[in-house]
Write a protein that binds this ligand. Structure first.
Ligand SMILES: Nc1ncnc2c1ncn2[C@@H]1O[C@H](COP(=O)(O)OP(=O)(O)OP(=O)(O)O)[C@@H](O)[C@H]1O
Ligand SMILES: [Mg+2]
Length: 262
């Protein structure tokens, strides 16, 4: 085994039975992640990205193969790995502060005042300590996602799984949160697996991009993004990676006939 790998996804296969039909969703998916790495998974809708995250997080069991987190087989969800969803997953009846405190409540060793202080610390990290007493519906979508990020970080997980976390946000909020994620990730050295449909987001954030093919879901290609951060979306290196990915998905269609050109 590669000892620098914090995550080892080893030959994971998974199928679902729907109305008597068995669908092979993941077929022998394997990859490793080093501590502090950010990888993105890109692939068409239905190719098994969320299923793969669910298996890695222990929310679903693989039919065969295994996932190792820091050398331990993942069999069920644990605090070592948190999932951040597109719909933020905040409890509407709890204040922002209480939403973050929630994840610290399982730990009976932490006294209530310390829990509050820790929750404040993570809200400060995402710049929302002044919103601590508001309720989720009183925040913008981007702010709610920052609360969800603060809550995920408060658990101090080794791995954060993100399933299209910024998809519902407008461009400016998305760019802002992408930078927030990089800043916080650099500070906490958390390992991140991100599922996204946004090619630019994958290039901007990732150390590596895994491209999945569908039916059955497999890792088709790995692209290493070796440019330094912060990355410039208008730089030719960025364009170079865009081109590779567009070609991989056959997005470079033939030019439109003259009468349609702008
Ligand atoms: N719990 C389940 N029971 C049965 N079938 C499922 C289940 N979860 C996923 N599937 C099937 O597995 C396939 C892959 O689904 P999955 O949600 O992993 O795709 P995805 O790549 O995340 O798609 P999207 O980009 O649209 O989110 C789909 O055909 C889906 O119907
Ligand atoms: Mg999905």
């Amino acid at each position: 085994m590669d000892h620098s790998a914090i995550i080892k996804v080893d030959c994971v296969s998974k199928s679902f039975s729907n109305r008597g039909q068995t669908e092979q969703v993941l077929q022998q998916v394997s990859f490793d992640l080093e501590k502090g790495e950010i990888i993105s998974i890109l692939g068409e809708s239905g190719c098994g990205k969320s299923t793969l995250l669910n298996v890695i997080g222990g929310f679903e069991q693989a039919d065969s193969g295994k996932v190792l987190l820091d050398g331990h087989i993942v069999e069920r969800p644990s605090r070592r790995c948190v999932m951040l969803f597109q719909n933020y997953g905040l409890l509407p009846w709890r204040s922002v502060l209480k939403n973050v405190e929630l994840v610290l409540e399982d730990d009976a060793k932490i006294p209530a005042n310390e829990r509050r202080e820790q929750a404040f610390h993570y809200l400060r990290l995402v710049g929302l300590h002044d919103k601590a007493n508001l309720f989720p519906h009183q925040l913008s979508g981007g702010m709610q996602q920052r609360v969800a990020l603060a809550r995920a970080l408060a658990i101090q997980p080794e791995l954060i799984l993100m399933d299209e976390p910024f998809a519902a946000l407008d461009t400016f909020n998305r760019y802002y949160l992408q930078d927030e994620l990089l800043r916080l990730q650099d500070k906490e050295k958390t390992t991140v697996i991100l599922v996204t449909h946004d090619i630019d987001e994958a290039i901007y954030l990732s150390d590596r991009i895994l491209i999945m093919s569908a039916n059955p879901g497999r890792i088709r290609r790995e692209i290493i993004i070796n440019t330094s951060r912060p990355r410039d979306r208008s730089h030719q290196d960025f364009q170079h990676f865009r081109k590779i990915i567009f070609e991989e998905f056959h997005f470079n269609r033939p030019a439109l006939p003259m009468e349609y050109s702008i």
